[in-house]
Design a protein around this ligand. Sequence first.
Ligand code: KIV
Ligand code: ZN
Length: 392
Amino acid sequence: MGDPAVVKIFDTTLRDGEQSPGATLSTEEKLQVAEQLERLHVDIIEAGFPAASPGDLAAVKEIAGRVRNAAVAGLARANRGDIDAAWDAVRAAEQPVIHVFLATSDIHLQHKLHLSREEAIQHVQSMVAYARSLCPTVEFSAEDATRSDKDYLCSVFETAIKSGATTVNVPDTVGYTFPHEYEALFRDLRERVPGIENVTMSAHCHNDLGMATANTLAAIKGGARQVEVTVNGLGERAGNTALEEVVMTLRTRPDVFGSIDTHINARELLAASQLVSRLTGIPVQPNKAIVGLNAFAHEAGIHQDGMLKNRMTYEIMTPQSVGWSDTNLVLGKHSGRHGLDARLRKLGYKLDAHDLKAAYSRFITLADQKKHISDADLRYIIESSLETPAAI
Ligand code: KIV
Ligand code: ZN
């Protein structure tokens, strides 16, 4: 099961993330992302869904042949054709993983798969066993687990484990669960499923109600030791759990999570975010936690004053710890005199109290008209006021 203090990061940017509308990547681009994921030190890269298309199969094969410092997983539905394609794609990896999934909720069984519960259990038994006959590491996912009957879910996981699954994943496929429910589900499964103590429990959340990160963290509290995440929270519909948010929450709140941590090299988070955004063409919202342009930007005068006195007043982690070069004290109409003075000093101007007051008044007039005040604007304010002191 591994070290109980380590949460494995299973990155699915190249599979669930790439299923995001418009996010399609070429094989060359996927390789660039995989290399960055290795620099991040993720534990498992889910490289694609090999049965989905020949292009996907070829890309997963390329990645499996190149990546040396992470396991490489290929997704498969619970049928022989998909499992053969996944094995063909990942078999050259240092640590290959076949990821088999089958839906377990009545909604999916009746309307999508047209299978009875008993028939589905038989598929799980035979297909997990088949995958395990090929590959030493097999993950089984019960799609739509959080809307599945709990007793039935326990039987499905028991069958998967008996058939050779080494990881069992509990997806919140439609982003429906609440943190307290999801934590309780993991605790229940731990108590009720025979053999679960010998495998890794994994969480996989979608963000339809904006709770993917909270739910994933709750799963860790409930005993999950693998989390399935994507860079920037990319993914189907409203996306998957954002890798950077889970990693930095564990690092920032040891009072809640104790010594539980990941292997992630957090200084590579920003580079990963920017690479994925550039290659997919999907921008990162400015107020996105950790990697958004404004995540370490402060404009309000009170905040800038606090930051200049002690950065812990308004920052719970350092920008450098996640790859930014520094905090950004943005000058705008909400900024105060301390913020202006600090920026002017950086530009080489040391004003006395009288000149600073005058410069501040000109600065505020300009900031009322312009969204962004550049260093050139500031230079102009100072130089022109020195030339025409009376005007200030
Ligand atoms: O959301 C989901 O249920 C999935 C499975 C294939 C794991 O992505
Ligand atoms: Zn998913």
